[in-house]
Each structure stands twice: as structure tokens, then as C-alpha cells.
Design a protein around this ligand. Structure first.
Ligand code: GSH
Length: 217
């Protein structure tokens, strides 16, 4: 049985979606950011970075969502091609999410939604960079159905972020291939189940309050 430590955020949803797609049995531990449960000494032994998601599989801990996705795909023998080039292609797009879309959109969220001061330069920088990365995805999805050709962990890593583009104040206007891909992934039953894990906070106001509290700690 896999233990999943998570919260209702895009990085958390990557892992619950992958677990649902792969049909691996897992137990959910929803950590409260309000209570700073991701910073307890017990949890830091699982993830030294004090963030979600993390998993423990039969005593083996894995942190960093991209590393978790690779681990789960290899464990199940699905969602990551076995041949060197196919595997590389999937990992390239996974890295593009981990090093690009996630950090840029995450900072767009911070400066557009949570930061106490309105720093227009920072808002513009991160929103423009996120939109630029979306355009790269759109171009790729104009030539392939999914990022690595077939549906893979690269799509699972990217989908939960693009899905909440509005929250970062970034538009998908004109990105027809990205919109087609988003709708196709959203329609998958395993994805719908993964998005319910764990139960969402009650409303956006609660989410903003939590994020602001975290910024001043
Ligand atoms: N690079 C990490 C990022 C993890 C991350 O930033 N998690 C956020 C939620 S999406 C978190 O735990 N925030 C709580 C905190 O910073 O204390 C990954 O992909 O796993």
C-alpha cells in the first residue's frame, strides 16, 4: 500500500491522478497548511523540503512530484515509454513542466493573488512567462496528440497547472491545441477521481487566506 501525503493543489493532484490512472492502491494523508503539518519533524523525514506531495511505498519515501511520477510509472510499467527515445521525450516534457510551467505559474499566483503589495513588474513578468510556456505547449500539441506522443506522466504533470490558468490570471485565448488537450484529459474518469483527492478547501477565499498566512511565516 502506498501512503500519499497531499493537499488540494496542482502538485498534489499530479500524484493522485497518476495513482488513479495506474490503479495502484493508496491511502491519503491530507496535510493542513494552516496547521503547518508539512513542516513537522515527522513529515520532514519523508520530505526534507517540507512540501507536498510525497509518497511512502513500503517504507521507501519519494519527494518531488516529477520524481514521484517517474517512480510510479516505472513501478506499474505504464505511462512512461520503455524505449530510450520515447522515455526521453516524456521526461523532456516532464522537466519542462517541473522547471518551467510550475515555477513560473506558481510565482504568477503569488504576485497576482497572494502577495500583500501589488508589484506590477513581478505580476507581468510571471504572467507573460507562463503564457509564453503555454504557447510552447500549444505548438507541440499542434503536432502531437499528447506531449510525448501517447498519454504519459508528462501530461499528468502539466494538466493540473494549465487547468487553473485563470487563478494565475493567464488566458488560453487562441491556444486551440492546448484547449483541445485540456478537454480530452479533463474527460478521463481517473483524472476526475484524482482531482477529488483530497476534498477541496471550501472556497477560494479560504485558499487565499492560507497562502497569505504562509507568505508571512
Ligand atoms: N517542486 C515541488 C514543489 C512542491 C510544492 O511547492 N508544494 C506546495 C503545494 S503545491 C507546498 O507544499 N506548499 C507548502 C509550503 O510551501 O509550505 C514538487 O513538484 O513536488
Amino acid at each position: 500500500m502506498i501512503d500519499l501525503y497531499t493537499a488540494a493543489t496542482p502538485n498534489g493532484h499530479k500524484v493522485s491522478i497518476a495513482l488513479e490512472e495506474l490503479g495502484l492502491p493508496y491511502r491519503v494523508h491530507a496535510l493542513s497548511f494552516d496547521k503547518q503539518e508539512q513542516k513537522t519533524p515527522e513529515f520532514l523525514r519523508i520530505n526534507p523540503n517540507g512540501r507536498i506531495p510525497a509518497i511512502v511505498d513500503d517504507g521507501f519515501a519519494v519527494f518531488e512530484s516529477g520524481a514521484i511520477l517517474i517512480y510510479l510509472a516505472e513501478r506499474a510499467g505504464q505511462l512512461l515509454p520503455a524505449d530510450a527515445k520515447g522515455r526521453s521525450r516524456a521526461i523532456q516534457w516532464l522537466m519542462f513542466q517541473m522547471g518551467g510551467v510550475g515555477p513560473m505559474q506558481g510565482q504568477a499566483n503569488v504576485f497576482f493573488r497572494y502577495f500583500p503589495e501589488k508589484l506590477q513588474g513581478a505580476i507581468d513578468r510571471y504572467q507573460h512567462e507562463t503564457r509564453r510556456l503555454y504557447e510552447v505547449l500549444d505548438t507541440r500539441l499542434g503536432e502531437a496528440e499528447y506531449l510525448a506522443g501517447d498519454y504519459s506522466i508528462a501530461d499528468i504533470a502539466t494538466f493540473p497547472w494549465v487547468r487553473v490558468h485563470d487563478w494565475a490570471g493567464v488566458s488560453l485565448e487562441g491556444l486551440v491545441h492546448l484547449q483541445r488537450w485540456l478537454a480530452a484529459i479533463e474527460a478521463r474518469p481517473a483524472v476526475q477521481r484524482g482531482l477529488q483527492v483530497p476534498a477541496r478547501p471550501t472556497d477560494n477565499e479560504a485558499l487565499v487566506k492560507t497562502a497569505q498566512t504562509m507568505l508571512i511565516r
